[in-house]
Design a protein around this ligand. Structure first.
Ligand SMILES: [Cu+2]
Length: 244
């Protein structure tokens, strides 16, 4: 009987361990094929945050699934004998209580500190000489005006490795300015200018979508963007028609 109890608890612990390893592997590998390709500093940080949070959550989720499997395996309602783990007193077991309160506290404080740190990195001031792009949403197009020039475009072209500051507004209802590849998402509101910044660091194409339901053609409020080399960007800018 004692041996049986031991085996049964060992099975639970092994399952917990195995599911934790699976969860950690999934957390580290998952973003590579589940998330859009990272093209900016903000998106690198977003993905890193997701990996760290998922790894921290893996043993917790694994514990829940292992406990569920354990209970199903030793089904008291089916008439099996009461499983050893179900006999563990929880309410008056101070060691167990201290253990889970302490673990939960450490985990949540860690997530809070990480989250605040990541937020302050994102909110830190702009670097010297950023590119300023004035973004306007209206039903149902995006337009991008490059500050200091008379260039206005319906596609967003950016130079690589230079910080870009977006000043975002709307001419009508609330829209949502979202560049998935850059980890940039913020509402575009009529009568207000919202600022968000990032530094593109990969060449290539990306999509820009509206994330606030803004009327009939909301689903089609999509445009494309491109990150070019500094020289490529300068050439593109010089080739654009100047609008007064
Ligand atoms: Cu919209």
């Amino acid at each position: 009987m004692a041996n049986n109890k031991k085996n049964s608890l060992a099975g639970f612990l092994w399952l917990w361990f195995a599911l934790t390893v699976f969860g950690v592997i999934l957390s580290v590998w998952g973003p590579g094929f589940l998330m859009p390709r990272s093209m900016s500093s903000s998106m690198h940080l977003t993905i890193l945050t997701m990996v760290v949070f998922s790894v921290a959550a893996a043993p917790v989720a694994a514990g829940v699934y292992a406990a569920l499997a354990y209970m199903l395996r030793h089904n008291v309602y089916r008439g099996d004998s009461v499983p050893p783990a179900a006999k563990v007193q929880t309410r008056e077991n101070s060691r167990l209580t201290i253990g889970w309160v302490l673990t939960s506290t450490i985990l949540t404080v860690f997530l809070l500190v990480w989250g605040l740190g990541a937020l302050s990195v994102e909110n830190s001031g702009a670097q010297a000489n950023p590119l300023v792009v004035n973004v306007t949403g209206q039903q149902w197009v995006w337009s991008f005006a490059y500050a200091g020039t008379h260039v206005q475009s319906n596609t967003l072209v950016l130079p690589v490795n230079r910080e870009v500051v977006f000043h975002i507004t709307s001419k009508d209802v609330t829209h949502g300015f979202w560049i998935a590849n850059m980890g940039v998402q913020v509402d575009a509101n009529d009568g207000a200018i919202t600022e968000i910044h990032t530094t593109p660091d990969k060449l290539g194409n990306f999509d820009i979508r509206c994330t606030q339901f803004c009327g009939l053609n909301h689903a089609f409020m999509v445009t494309t963007g491109q990150v070019l080399t500094t020289q490529g960007f300068d050439n593109w800018l010089a080739a654009q028609p100047q609008r007064a």
